[in-house]
Design a protein around this ligand. Structure first.
Ligand SMILES: Cc1cc2nc3c(=O)[nH]c(=O)nc-3n(C[C@H](O)[C@H](O)[C@H](O)COP(=O)(O)O)c2cc1C
Length: 412
């Protein structure tokens, strides 16, 4: 065991809380890897509705809907995130659905109003992921200004401050470089819930500016896929800003899961995904993402050090290395918990079947390991917080996928 893997960065009290699991909603075409390998995954609603139901019955507590407006890099078609999320919330009973949205395309007051309505419609299960943007053409093509990288986070911070103010206060006012809000009251307010003062605000980004802005404003910090060392750096950056602001954000990380009976089989699947990469699409993406962290003074951030192979999963999900047998993947998940992760965001090749399998095969091992970890540090895992779910059999998941996959699904 490496020194790092035995380092506990997470507060001991956090070891009492079971990890939460999320999956990426495949609401853009082409699946989660830009590869011609077979992906039994579909971007349309019938498939996604059943996927959401499978996920909540398998122990997943969150789903994250992507926002993309322009055909790009394997994602030729996309469904809009907030409306798609609402439909998923209507189709499920306990799943929390997080919609990604861009400041610059949305006004915080309009989003706050949407979020409150979504909160009421869903019984308090709606959340947002504030993403500051990397795809320049989505702004310039709409005739909107494309701000310089760190300036985007200035706007994002103002945006989240305004969003939170409008969600929680009456007669809210704020004046800044991007938003001027005067004496505004939204009514109704979000549903009162003991667990949270308002619908949760997630934040995605890896750069230095992103970490600082997230630490100061977000409820949850989401990182792209990262190695253990890389992730530890991100957590430090976010916590430094959070401490100064007197905040205690929670942490999430993306990982692409390839769980197979043997490690060799899992590694072979990864090899095949990369060997069948859609080269022009991945290269186009590689060039577009230079607008992200790479364009900053310190050159740090999302995709800044990603190879061609990494970018075949466009959120760097291979770097998290959730690749191997259920035991190996569960152990890897625990290494991230030790670094402060509270929520693991996952992607798959064949979503319905693999979400069900992750719930059946990996989660029970994670729970055992989490209990061991807590005990080793003199505390107990609060198992009353582990979702009590029936699970989904392999046969049922396969039949559901067969029934809901549409013929035109692979558009990469
Ligand atoms: C978990 C996660 C989800 C994201 N989802 C989206 C998305 O749906 N749409 C989008 O345009 N960008 C998305 N992003 C990208 C961020 O908006 C941002 O552009 C990216 O993190 C680059 O940030 P950086 O340069 O600050 O590292 C996501 C990022 C993360 C970490």
């Amino acid at each position: 065991m490496s020194t790092l893997s035995s380092t506990l960065k997470t507060p001991v009290s956090a070891l009492e809380t079971p990890l939460k699991f999320a999956y990426w909603v495949p609401n853009v075409s082409g699946g989660l890897v830009v590869s011609t390998i077979e992906q039994r995954t579909d971007w349309q609603f019938p498939y996604n509705r059943e996927l959401a139901r499978i996920a909540e019955r398998s122990g997943f507590e969150y789903a994250l809907t992507q926002t993309r407006y322009a055909a790009s890099y394997g994602a030729d078609k996309q469904h809009e995130a907030t409306s798609f999320s609402l439909a998923l919330l209507g189709a499920t009973e306990r799943l929390n659905v997080i919609s990604a949205i861009h400041p610059g395309l949305w006004h915080p007051g309009v989003l706050a109003k949407w979020l409150i309505t979504a909160d009421h419609l869903s019984g308090g299960r709606s959340a947002v992921n504030i993403v500051s943007g990397w795809l320049k053409n989505e702004f310039t093509g709409f005739g909107l200004e494309w701000l310089e990288h760190d300036e985007r986070y200035v706007r994002t911070e103002e945006f989240i401050t305004a969003l939170r103010g409008l969600l929680t206060e009456d007669g809210y006012s704020q004046s800044g470089s991007y938003y001027d809000i005067s004496d505004f009251t939204l009514s109704p307010k979000p549903l009162p819930q003991a667990a949270r003062p308002h619908p949760e605000i997630f934040f995605g980004g890896n750069s230095t500016a992103a970490q600082a802005a997230a630490g100061r404003t977000a409820d949850w910090y989401f990182s792209n896929g990262r190695s253990l060392e890389g992730y530890a750096e991100n957590v430090d950056g976010v916590l430094a800003a959070a401490r100064e602001a007197g905040r205690t954000p929670k942490f999430g990380i993306n990982g692409f899961a390839i769980v197979r009976e043997s490690e060799a089989e899992a590694r072979e699947t990864l090899r095949e995904i990369i060997a069948k990469a859609h080269r022009p699409a991945v290269e186009g993406f590689q060039s577009a993402v230079k607008e992200a962290g790479q364009s900053t003074k310190d050159g740090k951030g999302m995709w800044a050090d990603s190879s061609f192979e990494d970018l075949v999963q466009y959120n760097d999900g291979f770097k998290t290395q959730l690749i191997g047998t259920p035991e190996q993947v569960a152990e890897r998940v625990i290494e991230y918990k030790k670094l402060g992760v509270n929520l693991l965001l996952t992607g798959y090749l064949h979503f319905q079947e693999e979400v069900a399998a992750f719930g059946r095969d990996v989660l029970p091992i994670v729970r055992e390991l989490e209990a061991d970890l807590a005990r080793a540090h003199g505390t107990e895992l609060d198992s009353s917080l582990v979702p009590d779910v029936p699970g989904v059999s392999a046969e049922e998941a396969t039949a559901s996928a067969d029934a809901t996959l549409s013929p035109e699904r692979s558009a990469a």
